[in-house]
Design a protein around this ligand. Structure first.
Ligand SMILES: NC(=O)c1ccc[n+]([C@@H]2O[C@H](COP(=O)([O-])OP(=O)(O)OC[C@H]3O[C@@H](n4cnc5c(N)ncnc54)[C@H](O)[C@@H]3O)[C@@H](O)[C@H]2O)c1
Length: 350
């Protein structure tokens, strides 16, 4: 194979950004697009000169000119469409979150193994230069034992367009935690190289979207349903088997000073680190002052900062996938546990 021909399932907001990213790869082609909304297919296809336009996903999966699909639709359809695509012989790059629950995610992995199709998730935060640098430093052991981590993404007014699928539990599964929390949780576990949680205590709140407040406006879907029954703030304490603790905090809407606050902070026995921007915190015994290193020098693991490049390079040349299905499954298990813990008021043993 000298190129990978893509079909896009879902022609919503993120698909426009994803098409740009995909087409930066010299061996990628975008040959087909689909959406239930024909106008949105036309908008995407006109903008990126896409040859085939479909209203039905099965038609795109049957298209022999498509080698791989990118799926970016409401979360409820992630697992069923990924499974159908792989059964039709296509490799899959699926948007986050993985699925509506762990059982669905496990079925996707089973079908990937059964069909031999490549499956990965678009956890784009793992790819940017800052996070790759901190990952490289942590992997080299310089932080020592990472015993505590804080992953947070707080937005003051960042709820996607109200009245769309994003705020509806039946279509989205969960709110802020599925939308932005999943990114930072995934990035935190990846950087710690620790995907072995043993218990989760979580709590979620619905305080803004249900009152028609806190909208940020993301998304191209139409507002059709006024039901908002997902979290707009969530937090969790995750205990790992090696004794480390991860604190996850996320909000789509909250009263706070800044418009947005996001980072992953790692606390190690030898050094601390934060991701956005990459910084290190340490005491060198020969320096009088405590050091905050702002220009972090480290070699990123990948020669690019892009999930599409990783997926395509993997298919063409075997570049290792940065996001493996088994790691994504652990993240899904934690998200499920937060929901159970919120409902029961108790911590969940994994
Ligand atoms: N990686 C990221 O940073 C990132 C950012 C935004 C969104 N996302 C994810 O991408 C996905 C799409 O989000 P978006 O922001 O583009 O939403 P959006 O509302 O803008 O677009 C969703 C599109 O899916 C279409 N759709 C609905 N059901 C469908 C189906 N069964 N088959 C085909 N198309 C269908 C809708 O008509 C709509 O055009 C979500 O899973 C979201 O979590 C990821």
């Amino acid at each position: 194979m000298s190129e990978i021909r893509f079909g896009f399932i879902g022609s919503g907001k993120i698909s426009h950004f994803s098409a740009e990213a995909l087409l930066r790869h010299p061996q990628a082609k975008l040959v087909a697009a689909q959406d239930l909304n024909e106008e949105r297919v036309d908008d995407l296809a006109d903008k990126f000169d896409i040859k085939h336009r479909f209203a039905n996903s099965s038609e795109l999966f049957a298209c022999p000119e498509v080698d791989a699909v990118y799926i970016a639709v409401p979360n409820k359809f992630h697992a069923p469409l990924a499974i159908e695509a792989m059964r039709a012989g296509k490799h899959v790059l699926l948007e986050k979150p993985f699925a509506m629950n762990t059982a669905e995610a496990e079925e996707v992995i089973r079908v990937s193994k059964e069909t031999g199709r490549v499956f990965t998730l678009g956890m784009n935060q793992r790819f940017n230069e800052d996070s790759q640098k901190i990952k490289a430093i942590a992997a080299g052991g310089a932080l020592g034992d990472i015993y505590y981590a804080k992953a947070y993404w707080f937005r003051r007014e960042g709820i996607p367009k109200l009245g769309t699928w994003f705020g509806n539990k039946a279509l989205a599964g969960a709110g802020a935690i599925n939308d932005i929390g999943v990114h930072l949780l995934d990035l935190c576990l990846h950087t710690m190289d620790n995907f072995d949680p043993v218990s989760v205590f979580g709590t979620t709140y619905t305080k803004f979207g249900n009152r028609g407040l806190g909208e940020g406006g993301w998304g191209l879907s139409d507002s059709t349903d006024t039901t908002f029954d997902v979290d707009d703030l969530a937090s969790a304490l995750i205990k790992m088997r090696n004794g480390a603790t991860v604190s996850l905090e996320v909000s789509w809407a909250a009263h706070m000073g800044e418009r947005e606050r996001t980072d992953v902070e790692l606390y190690g026995t030898e050094m601390g680190a934060s991701m956005y921007p990459a910084k290190l915190y340490k005491r060198d015994p020969y320096d009088a002052d405590y050091q905050v290193v702002e220009n972090v020098a480290a070699q990123a693991a990948l020669p690019h900062c892009d999930r599409f490049h990783n997926f395509i390079n993997h298919l063409l040349d075997g570049e290792p996938l940065l996001v493996t299905p088994d790691q994504a499954l652990v993240v899904q298990k934690i998200l499920d546990a937060v929901a159970v813990s919120t409902r029961t008021g108790k911590s969940v043993e994994l």
